[in-house]
Design a protein around this ligand. Structure first.
Ligand SMILES: [Fe+2]
Ligand SMILES: [Fe+2]
Length: 280
């Protein structure tokens, strides 16, 4: 379902050139992958030196790739192949660990859902690397992406709740209120994504929803930034292994917000229809 009669390319004129946008996207995700390796290494028990060494090797591999993509003006096919191979290997490592945890072969401080979460993020990155860049030009695609991110945002809140000390009652209460909001948003996004398969000519309720998601994600982003500040200043009791964790989830919220900005520019035609209807 195209939102208007223009081609997707015309829709996306105000955006950065695809190569630039894609380069930034790759830079973002390579850093995220590097940090996932760090979190795994921090959560493995000391009686698993082999697995810890493997996680550290992934950290170094992605750190080297991070240096390369930071300096690169364009991603050469050789560099792209290198990144793809590293991401595929990291996915296999994460899945292997999750399997061992599920089967109680290893006992770690890593939540199984957290491993599943970071595996999904790696798969999402792999899809970006493998598929040619394509702007999200339909509400159906936008809603699909919103479902991906809302699930990620909801889980971040769940992880924060589990990492905070039970005595941090006020912060936990704040997080629980946000969790309720994001559970509802995720459920609605799934409903709307399913309804969008009917291919309506316009879908203003879904446009309104995207704007609501934007507002709520801003609130969540601020909560994550506050939590990060507390961790850095040593003003909160938690088992957060490194302040990178809270900064990481804050950056992922910022990434979602950036994508929501793009969604809003794609959907602004429907939005003007929406305000016209409201005025009449
Ligand atoms: Fe992540
Ligand atoms: Fe995440």
């Amino acid at each position: 379902m195209n939102l208007d009669s223009q081609t997707p390319e015309e829709n996306w004129k105000p955006q950065d050139p695809i190569t630039n946008g894609r380069l930034q996207e790759i830079r973002f995700w390579v850093t995220i992958m590097k940090e996932h390796a760090l979190f795994i290494a921090a959560g493995l028990p000391c009686d698993q030196p082999q697995l810890i060494a493997e996680a550290r090797a992934f950290f170094e591999r992605f750190q080297a790739l991070e240096d390369k993509v930071k300096q690169a003006k364009v991603i050469s096919p050789k560099l792209l192949a290198e990144i793809i191979a590293a991401v595929k290997a990291l996915i296999a490592f994460k899945r292997g660990l999750l399997k061992m945890i599920i089967q109680c072969q290893i006992r770690t401080a890593i939540l199984p859902l957290f491993l599943d979460h970071i595996t999904r993020e790696a798969i999402h990155f792999l899809e970006i690397l493998i598929n040619p860049p394509k702007p999200l030009d339909s509400l159906q695609q936008i809603l699909k992406r919103a479902v991906f991110w809302l699930r990620i945002m909801k889980e971040h809140i769940e992880f924060i709740i589990h990492l905070l000390d039970p005595s941090e009652r006020q912060l936990i209460e704040q997080a629980e209120a946000l969790l309720e909001v994001f559970r509802r948003l995720l459920e609605t996004a799934r409903d709307l994504e399913s309804m969008s398969e009917a291919d309506p000519r316009f879908f203003n309720a879904a446009v309104r929803f995207i704007f609501e998601v934007n507002d709520r994600t801003n609130e969540l982003r601020d909560f994550k930034a506050l939590t990060h500040e507390l961790v850095v200043l040593c003003r909160v009791l938690s088992i957060i292994p490194d302040p990178v964790v809270t900064d990481h989830v804050r950056r992922e919220a910022d990434k979602f917000l950036k994508e929501l900005e793009a969604f809003k520019s794609v959907t602004n035609i429907c939005e003007s229809l929406l305000s016209q209807n409201a005025n009449n």
